[in-house]
Design a protein around this ligand. Sequence first.
Ligand code: FE2
Length: 422
Amino acid sequence: MTDLVVRNARLLDRDDLVDLVADDGRWTQVGPDLAVDAEREIDAAGRLVTAPLVDCHLHLDASLTAGRPRFNASGTLIEGIHVWGELKESLTVDDVYERAKEIVRWSAAQGTLYIRAHADVSAKNEAPVRGLLRLRDELADLVTIQVTAFPQDGLYSDPRNEGLFERAIELGVDCLGGIPHYEPTAELGLAEVHRVFDLAARHKRRIDVHCDETDDPASRFLEVMADDTVRHGLSGRVTASHCTAMGSYEPYYSSKLHGFLRRAGINIVVNPFANSLIQGRLDPYPKRRGFAQLKELLAAGVNVSLGNDVIMDPWYLLGRADMVEAASLALHFTYMSGLDEIPEMLRCATERGARTLGVEDEYGIEEGKPADCVVFDAPSALEVLRLHPARRWVVRRGRVIAETEPSHTTLLGEPVTFRPPL
Ligand code: FE2
């Protein structure tokens, strides 16, 4: 008797339906019509089943603080940073932990079982990083969380910040972050990038820097990150997040940069919720979209993934921690609407995210890997991106951890399915 079998699953990369068998927390068999008895049997009935969704960028320390101590009236990135600055010194570990835990519950219920969180370490208060490290350790059986030390105010805007950043390394963060475009001068931004790489190499941590999150086409710290990645031999371990200035780069520089990024093996994370509202905001019409060049980066062989970034916080009043919504919004802003491009968007929210987090060796629906999956209430990636369907079941380490009954609509007593008639 095995622990779990998921019958009649449709996978992204094959046409026939397969059964997935889990025992002791790992997939033991994947194939059609498997003769096994299981403690728990689920019939996916032709629904799409993928490995878990991956949220590569989430400011969990700020989630659910919208309105504290006041709302962001202008909607700009800068006012959001100021509002957050008015709150963060007064946060407690318990407050950070409880809010972040609630968002992790929303995430897991919708199939997101990997999250890279950012903890602001430029507060003169260790509550954000301590709260998220506690969350990572206490919820490890439910969701795999990586914590990034994020110096929201820069490393050099205050003489105390560099020490606070190094203190977060001592406390045990997984990744080192940065924000070079927010330093007082471009020279200090360069110094920040080099410092982050030196510390990451010395302490053997991954890197995830907020890079060029601006509409300024002269903001070009990404090329410095690419060069430092090669110099330190950190290919695959470095991520640049947001990179919205790329939406304002001219074609020649863009194509040169794509080559640098591919050679360096850098991951790029697109965060569609906040950046669709913040970037281009101050432009007269025509307004820039302000997104990293997702489609062109994929074509150039650069790994791109996605994040929720902001949920009910000083930058964004909305959000419900759904990576399918994030993929759908990114699809629209980056023109990824072709028949073959839509499944690729779902890969940006799943397997490409696993590559960004560096967990790909223990991720995927393959024999021997951890038995994690999401059963979407839809048969294809196209239908997932079109309908944003319920996650019918979510499986973590061979155990069903979440179930959702799909909604049921009638019109004049007749069912409405939002699917074309057969
Ligand atoms: Fe961010």
